[in-house]
Design a protein around this ligand. Structure first.
Ligand SMILES: [Ca+2]
Length: 281
């Protein structure tokens, strides 16, 4: 009886020691990570307006330029570059890509439009007036999203990396890994530089990330769960035909543009029937 009690007591002591050690280890690793990257803050926003949009546009890149949208739409045989009237959603100009091109993000730098392609390893250059193709540059990675700061283009490739490159040559200046308090954050997609921060869609996740381009840390997050359903009055039946969900149709949140003059964001998704004008706190 005594022996059993002793064994039991010793067993519990070992167990307690092991528990303490584990809990200490986990506290150490938490406090280490916590001190490096704080948990992102929740960013609030208000939807101000909704504007009609082409439901066949598989949006990959969205930007405001001279009072209109510039858009890049994806999918093989359906990829386009467009200038679109914001209020009506009508295409003012539309240039079709070659059938073998799957177009991705777009941005304007020094009056030149840069349009990415997904796995074609090409970046297309256009003038901003006629959307006339004026050049093509090789790009070794996949192309997903693109924006720019004052000096350089910033490209995502579906990983957790942002590539800072020189306009005109795409020569690499810097690669930045993006992370939050839980580690690296991949699937970075459409991008938009606003007031010194990079806002990013994350493919198949219902939030928009606010990234500090100096550190790669995610400093804030906009919760966009069920955003389309909550904010549209349009019938979304066309996205769920053949028993597939909107996500299975590929109709995910993607597309962030910013109007510096009005200080508003424009948010949309692939195949969405509307673009939403949003004020972000
Ligand atoms: Ca954008």
């Amino acid at each position: 009886m005594k022996r059993t009690l002793l064994a039991l007591t010793m067993g519990m002591a070992v167990l307690l020691y092991a528990c303490n050690e584990n809990s200490q280890k986990s506290q150490d690793s938490n406090s280490q990570e916590g001190s490096l990257v704080p948990e992102p803050a929740q960013i609030n926003y208000t939807v101000l307006n909704a504007y009609p949009h082409d439901t066949a546009a598989f949006i990959q890149g969205l930007e405001v330029f001279n009072g209109s949208f510039l858009e890049s739409t994806g999918l093989f045989k359906r990829s386009t570059l467009r200038k679109v009237d914001i209020q009506s959603g009508k295409a003012l100009k539309l240039v079709k890509n070659d059938d073998a091109i799957f177009a991705e993000g777009l941005t304007v730098f020094n009056d030149t439009i840069y349009q990415l392609s997904w796995e074609n390893h090409k970046v297309f250059l256009y003038d901003t007036k006629e959307l006339k193709k004026i050049g093509e540059l090789p790009w070794s990675n996949e192309g997903w999203g693109i924006t720019h700061d004052d000096k350089q283009l910033i490209i995502s490739d579906g990983s957790d990396k942002l590539y800072f490159v020189q306009p005109g040559s795409l020569k690499l200046n810097k690669v930045l890994s993006v992370s939050d308090n839980l580690g690296a954050v991949n699937n970075l997609n459409e991008l938009e530089m606003v007031d010194g921060y990079v806002y990013a869609n994350r493919w198949q996740y219902d939030y928009i990330l606010k990234i500090d381009p100096a550190t790669g840390f995610i400093v804030g997050r906009l919760n966009m769960q069920d955003f389309l359903k909550r904010n549209t009055k349009k019938d979304l039946g066309y996205l769920t035909q053949k028993g597939s969900t909107a996500e299975e149709s590929g109709a995910v949140l993607n597309g962030i543009a910013y109007d510096k003059g009005k200080k508003v964001f424009y948010i949309t998704g692939k195949l969405w029937p509307e673009v939403f004008e949003v004020r972000v706190d």
